[in-house]
Design a protein around this ligand. Structure first.
Ligand code: SAM
Length: 314
């Protein structure tokens, strides 16, 4: 029987399809798991990657699992080696310290939304449904997608759709939103789709997907969280420890690639002026990103755009 939403429970039928992990074997190989060590899964979700890590750990191993979505907690295995932290991974170091963990042997992040979030109509992530424009991965957060559409200026909306969605007519789209929202509020997916109907360019499915991706990245500050988290990684990894990150769009992949290559987001040329060169703490393991095999793509179309990059702390 389907449980009432207010029970804050996910029906068993949904749990089975919560999420299919992508590039699973490749991640586990890339992490070089040592059986008695401590690993962090920053994006627990349906727990597929976490379970595979746990299988490689012995009784002394530990897994710290982060997920900012409370729903993910329902997928936790009964396993005393696991600590679940229902927080944004941008606070990685702070929460590890809270558990008196100073160094870990490996970190995994499988970025973006889970199939569960995408398939649950009332989360507001998918153009397939009509629901409130929500899109918060962390439902304790105040700002929703409707708030973004209501509060951002035309220039901010333009930049957001251009940068995060690569929407070709992002300025026209932003101007349309600004004029339409003064006529009637954009609170639901259908209200929004109707309001921008006249400016849709090309394939509507593709266009809406780009627009929704941009909104989702903004609502959850996905790039801000990724950068803040990456900057903490060298400080929490043991020497020889590995970090593996799966991205799903080029913006994220570029951030990860450049950070693994440079070890910083700062302009290191300035340091050279003062005579000390910044040394990248990482050794890049994957010169090119690892992508899904055709066999995996056939089974799970979501893996098509996945890119895995791995680095090791020197
Ligand atoms: C692609 S799914 C991960 C799926 C997981 N690897 C599995 O095997 O089921 C991404 C998950 O990470 C969570 N997430 C995304 N960004 C996050 C962040 N900044 N902090 C914490 N959790 C985040 C989402 O809520 C979602 O559950």
């Amino acid at each position: 029987m389907k449980k009432n939403k207010s029970d804050n429970q996910i029906p068993d039928s949904e749990l089975q399809n919560y999420h299919t992990p992508v590039l699973l074997k490749e991640c586990i190989e890339g992490l070089h798991i040592k059986p008695d060590s401590t690993y962090v899964d920053c994006t627990f979700g349906g727990g597929g990657h976490s379970l595979a890590i746990l299988e490689k750990l012995n009784k002394n191993g530990r897994l710290i699992a982060f997920d900012q979505d409370e729903d993910a907690k329902k997928n936790l295995p009964q396993d005393e080696r696991v600590i679940f932290i229902p927080q944004n991974f941008r606070h990685l170091q702070r929460f590890l310290r809270l558990y008196k963990i100073t160094k870990v042997d490996g970190i995994l992040a499988d970025l973006g939304v889970s199939s569960h979030q995408f398939d649950k109509a009332d989360r507001g992530f998918s153009i397939r449904f009509d629901a409130a424009l929500d899109m918060r991965m962390d439902q304790r957060q105040i700002q929703t997608a409707a708030d973004v559409l209501k509060n951002l200026s035309g220039a901010q909306l333009h930049k957001m759709f251009e940068q995060y969605g690569e929407v070709t007519n992002s300025k026209t789209l932003a101007n349309t939103i600004v004029s339409q929202r003064s006529i009637s509020p954009l609170r639901t997916i259908n209200e929004f789709k109707k309001a921008i109907h006249d400016v849709v360019k090309g394939n509507p499915q593709k266009y809406f997907a780009q627009v929704f991706q941009a909104l989702r990245i903004e609502v959850n500050d996905e790039l801000g969280a990724l950068k803040t988290f990456l900057e903490q990684a060298p400080g929490v990894l043991q020497s020889g420890g590995r970090i593996a990150i799966i991205t799903f769009h080029s913006l994220e992949d570029r951030v990860v690639k450049n950070f693994f290559r440079d070890g910083t987001f700062e302009n290191t040329a300035t340091d050279e002026v003062f005579g000390h060169r910044f040394e990248n703490p990482f050794k890049v393991i994957t010169k090119k990103p690892i992508t899904a095999t055709q066999e995996e793509i056939n089974k799970n179309s979501r893996s098509r755009s996945a890119k895995l990059r791995v680095a090791e702390l020197k």
